[in-house]
Ligand binder design. Structure first.
Ligand code: CMC
Length: 376
């Protein structure tokens, strides 16, 4: 029995999917058959969301109709605003999204009146509003308006809410590409969590809330924040080289490196690295970018490990002026697209996900009456 156990389910095929290909020999990362390189180069995040949800690229008319629908779903119900105001200022924003998503499920439950497509669109549209409403309220900006008609896309809406004024075209495109790259990734931990919850015939909000919980950890989505903290600790490339070598000698993990599936590099990393580089030269923060490249070089020399999507995404967000504590919530906003597609797929051909474990506990023994227990 022990021989067949794969710790962490490594390499186990746990189901079928037609949504994306990750780490398949000879195949790029694809969403519904389209290469991530093509999508990051040519598509918008909304096109990618449409593709993931409806299994085809939209026509121009379909896309503008889809964007209008998303825009009409940004509003925060009053009860949700009240809850967001009550969540303390020093809360981890991932907990804000977790609570907000769960609360929305009580206000607009999946009860037969709302289709799963409607809930998917509602979540995609409202999560940025939730995050920035809570954030700005606790920055002393009061109850901000989240329904702006002028900002058509999720990236431009989000940056406008954060900056308090419209972002530049370059800033919007950088965030759009980051959202595209994070939108979907097969049976990663959070998506698998969504599928497990869905497989019990639970509701849509429960599955997404579970996805948020799984994404929060630093071995998964939380790695971008940890990577940024790590990069910012160093003031020069020399310090970075020494510091990373010291971490490795103590067997510490360097966040933003390594991947369960990609052993020879994450295809998303090179794409987002170019954006980090581009923004670093525009914002004049080239030292941080050089430090990051030095860390990449040391990690390859010492461990043959490559950066994953989180490493240079962290720098990209940083150069966009996004506070570090909002990095992982941005991942939620993007990955909601993939989670929703997987919930649809799981429901279309559902079977309860219920693996088994090898028992390694004590052999059966007689029950000990309470008065005879020694407490040892
Ligand atoms: N820094 C230093 N050593 C590492 C790292 C790292 N980032 N990643 C793997 N290793 C080493 C690890 O110490 C182990 O060495 P040894 O065999 O000598 O004990 C070996 O590589 C295998 O590591 P593992 O943790 O058993 O590999 P895994 O497949 O279970 O883990 C991983 C994959 C992503 C959890 C891991 O690489 C890691 O912890 N990376 C840092 C966190 C991170 O960046 N997570 C983001 C993942 S990708 C995007 C996402 O999902 O958000």
């Amino acid at each position: 029995m022990t021989e067949s156990i794969k710790e962490g389910l490594e390499g186990i095929i746990a189901g079928k999917t037609a949504i994306s290909t990750v780490g398949k020999e000879g195949l790029d990362l694809t969403y519904r058959g389209y290469s991530i390189h093509d999508l990051a180069q040519n598509a918008t995040f909304e096109e990618v969301v449409f593709l993931l949800l409806y299994n085809r690229l939209p026509t121009r008319n379909q896309l503008s109709g889809f964007i209008d629908q998303l825009n009409s779903l940004r509003e925060l119900p009053a009860a949700l605003q009240s809850v967001l105001k009550l969540i303390p200022q020093d809360t981890n924003p991932m907990d804000v999204l977790r609570t907000g998503c769960s609360m929305l499920g009580t206000l607009e439950p999946e009860d037969g009146h709302r289709t799963q497509e409607h809930i998917a669109k509602r979540l995609l549209a409202i999560l940025p509003s939730m995050l920035l409403f809570w954030y700005q309220y606790h920055q002393g900006k009061g109850s901000i308006e989240t329904t702006s008609e002028s900002e058509k896309t999720i990236a431009s809406h989000l940056l406008h809410l954060l900056y308090g004024h419209p972002a530049t075209a370059d800033q919007i495109r950088a965030l759009d590409v980051a959202l595209i790259l994070h939108a979907e990734h097969e049976f990663n931990a959070s998506t698998f969590t969504c599928r497990v919850i869905t497989s019990t015939l639970s509701d849509f909000y429960s599955a997404i809330t579970g996805g948020i919980c799984a994404l929060r950890g630093p071995l998964h989505g939380g790695a971008d924040e940890a990577a940024m903290e790590q990069i910012s600790k160093f003031h020069s490339v020399e310090e970075a080289e020494e510091g990373i070598k010291a971490m490795l000698s103590k067997k510490e993990k360097v966040m933003g490196f390594g991947h369960r599936v990609y052993k020879y590099g994450d295809p998303r990393s090179e794409i987002i690295k170019q954006w980090a580089k581009n923004l670093s030269s525009k914002t004049g923060s080239q030292v941080l970018f050089s430090i990051a490249e030095k860390i990449e070089e040391v990690m390859f020399k010492e461990k043959h490990l490559y950066p994953n999507v989180d490493f240079y995404s962290a720098l990209t967000y940083h150069f966009l002026g996004i506070p570090t504590l909002l990095f992982t919530p941005l991942f939620v906003i993007s990955r909601t697209a993939g989670w929703c597609a997987h919930i649809f797929e799981q429901r279309a051909n559902n079977r309860l996900i219920r693996p088994i474990a090898e028992y390694v506990g004590p052999l059966p023994m007689p029950y000990i009456p309470i008065e005879q227990r020694t407490g040892l």
